[in-house]
Design a protein around this ligand. Structure first.
Ligand code: XLS
Ligand code: NI
Ligand code: NI
Length: 436
């Protein structure tokens, strides 16, 4: 039975680029075949629970603007929220969703009660999943909202908070497993510091390393086959977070021997906060062998906040998908809209239209990326640029078969005098423009 929240809106369908129906996809045809794969299977779109069904429209200066009928602290409210969420997934036709424990169940008075409530609501979610075929891209635990985590979860100076967080993640990982989740995400919102004056940085890194190792051990113990993903973010809410960016996370994983166990969930807005482009973070994760999944929400480039806006910039998103496709595409990962409405967008229709626009942006971008890849538009010039490294002598230098002295000797003997060659940046930018 319908909750009535979306009125009499029907499912949003692909109508092609010429449609003027705002409640239709112009570019997202889930069945379109791109590089031998259906678009739906390429994009693996996920709708997030928190921004759509939990965020009340508040900002640091103003109160809630969204009055949702399921806002309330009871289990009945939680079930009604789930009913509405699955109605929205069905209207959008998106194959996946993501949640925090905190999004789906009201926190209990005790840890035991919170865990029991998560179990109970998971039954309800499982029913909806079975009925609709919507799958879980990833689950995660909220280890940042409750004041107990104000000084960190794994990195808290109080070991009881570490233990509380461990119990919470255990429950949430097991729930994710039970619901057939394809990944489990850890975002360390409070794993960092506000001031070094009260922070033992070396100790906190060890705590976080141990925590992550415990999660990985438990994953294997319960037979969870999904990927464990860390979501890098440099700051906000804390001044500095230990999972700063992909490079930092990789160094951290190496240090604790986890680089083959844990991958990254890269968010566009977080890349921007770290002073990187989204494609930089994806390309680096590919290069290091730790690419997992993406949160596609962008930031406002002027405000300096993690504004979690829906994507609307095709050229930008095309370059992100270019690197994802170049790396072989998603395996367990997908495209999660960790995006929220602006505070003035208070209507139920706004939720739908935001996703329609974001999904069409992703579809256009992925198709452009696939064409670039198929044509070798960028990979051709790239191979050409590094062609010199294919010679036997160049390979010998890289393979460790030449000492520094031998290389110097040859450079002198042959009178090497390498000439600068154009990097052709503008020419390549023009090539990209032909596709987007
Ligand atoms: C916050 C993060 C968060 C994670 C999940 O900035 O993006 O939403 O994706 O905890
Ligand atoms: Ni974020
Ligand atoms: Ni995110």
């Amino acid at each position: 039975m319908s909750t009535g929240f979306f009125g009499d809106r029907g499912p949003i369908r692909y109508e092609g680029p010429d449609s003027d129906n705002p409640f239709a996809y112009r570019h997202y045809d889930p069945d379109a075949v791109v590089m031998g794969r259906r678009l739906e299977e390429h994009l693996r779109l996920a709708v997030c629970y928190w921004h759509n069904f939990v965020y009340p429209g508040s900002d640091p200066f103003g109160a809630d603007t969204f009055a949702r009928p399921w806002f309330g602290a009871g289990m009945e409210d939680a079930r009604r929220k789930a009913d509405t969420a699955f109605e929205m997934f069905a209207l959008l036709g998106t194959p996946f969703f993501c949640f925090h424990d905190h999004d789906v169940r009201p926190e209990g008075a005790t840890l035991a009660e919170s865990t029991a409530r998560l179990d109970a609501i998971a039954d309800h979610l499982a029913g909806h999943m079975e009925r609709t075929g919507v799958k879980l891209l990833w689950g995660t635990a909220n280890l940042f909202s409750n004041p107990r985590y104000m000084a960190g979860a794994a990195t808290n100076p109080d070991p009881d908070v570490f233990a509380y967080a461990a119990a919470t993640v255990k429950a949430c990982l097991e729930t994710t497993h039970r619901l057939g989740g394809e990944n489990y995400v850890l975002w360390g919102g409070r794993e960092g510091y506000e001031t070094l004056l009260n922070t033992d940085l070396a100790r906190e890194l060890d705590q976080l390393g141990r925590f992550l190792s415990l999660v990985v051990e438990h994953k294997h113990r319960i037979g969870f086959r999904g990927a464990i993903l860390v979501e890098p973010k440099p700051q906000e809410p804390t001044k500095h977070q230990y999972d700063f960016d992909v490079a930092t996370v990789y160094g951290f994983l190496r240090r604790y021997g986890l680089e083959n166990e844990v991958r990254v969930n890269i968010e566009q807005g977080h890349a921007i906060l770290a002073g990187h482009s989204f494609e930089h973070e994806i390309a680096l994760a590919n290069a290091l062998g730790i690419f997992g999944s993406i949160d596609i929400n962008r930031n406002d480039y002027q405000s300096g906040w993690d504004t979690d806006q829906f994507p609307n910039n095709v050229p930008e998103v095309a370059l992100a998908y270019y690197h994802i496709l170049a790396g072989g595409g998603f395996s367990t990962g997908g495209t999660n809209f960790d995006a929220k409405l602006r505070r003035q967008s208070i209507d139920a229709d706004d939720l739908l239209l935001a996703h329609v626009g974001g999904i069409d942006t992703c579809a256009r971008a992925l198709k452009a990326a696939a064409r670039m890849l198929e044509d070798g538009a960028l990979s051709g010039p790239l191979a050409e640029r590094y062609a010199g490294w294919r010679t036997a002598e160049a390979r010998a230098m890289l393979d460790g078969e030449r000492s520094l002295a031998e290389i110097a000797e040859r450079a002198l003997a042959e009178g090497l005098d390498p000439r600068p060659r154009s990097g052709r940046q503008e020419a390549l930018e023009n090539v990209v423009n032909r596709y987007v």
